[in-house]
Design a protein around this ligand. Sequence first.
Ligand SMILES: Nc1ncnc2c1ncn2[C@@H]1O[C@H](COP(=O)(O)OP(=O)(O)O)[C@@H](O)[C@H]1O
Ligand SMILES: [Mg+2]
Length: 268
Amino acid sequence: MSLEIKNVTKIFGTSRKGEGFTALDDVSLSVKKGSSFGLVGESGSGKTTLTKCILRLESLTSGTIRFEGKDIHALSKAEMRRVRARLQIVFQDPYASLNPRITIHDIISEPLIIHRETVPMSSRQRTERVEELLLQVGLSREHLFRYPHEFSGGQRQRIGIARALAVKPEFLILDEPTSALDVSVQAEVLNLLHRLQDELGLTYFFISHDLGVIRYVCDEVAVIYRGKLVEQGPVDDIFDHPKDDYTRMLLNAMPDPDPDLSPFRRVE
Ligand SMILES: Nc1ncnc2c1ncn2[C@@H]1O[C@H](COP(=O)(O)OP(=O)(O)O)[C@@H](O)[C@H]1O
Ligand SMILES: [Mg+2]
């Protein structure tokens, strides 16, 4: 197992008197190496809280999260840094997640500098790696010394993906990576993610509020509602035979549940 989440509960605001807010309630799921696991649920259901717990940006109230067998919340800072080089994230908002004051070259180089102990490189090698990454995500060398405001939303998300791939991680958390984009641009970015997964043998933990997007990218899916998983299994099973009312509601809310008619149809 690549990522194993066991009985994770996260309650916010327990230090003060009163009840606290249960953002995650006894969540368990496992992501197999090389697979693409989807987490779907409405806004406010706890998806980003789970991401933050995986990255150790939030503590757990109870439960465990293992990455490649290691208990993430029990690692030393140095061990956690090594794990972070293998476990990268692409954020939802390509406008907010890129520093507007530095060039694309410097944005994509950042993780190479942060992880220079794990992946030592000269500055020349770094620039070569950044060029290679730009090509990999469908941008070019000409973009190297431009600033984020010169790019469209789709291009910015490509830059975010290049940054996440810089240190050659094996695992990507994609927290609503296309939710801020227009539908036509979403499909392009999803195609790119699909191709990169094949080419690089990546494992994806793909978060979305949109079942259509999940069906396009993922092999397995877990459905989260108010911090609780209501069902999980192979994507096609969940689509064709949803057991839970909430899943059925999400399916009914989809513009067109027929994947052949969806804008996210896979282009092979
Ligand atoms: N630091 C926090 N303190 C208190 N409540 C929080 C905090 N972070 C998130 N929440 C609450 O937890 C719930 C889940 O949020 P979130 O994980 O961001 O949902 P999603 O990503 O699925 O939209 C929301 O109701 C949110 O207001
Ligand atoms: Mg979120």
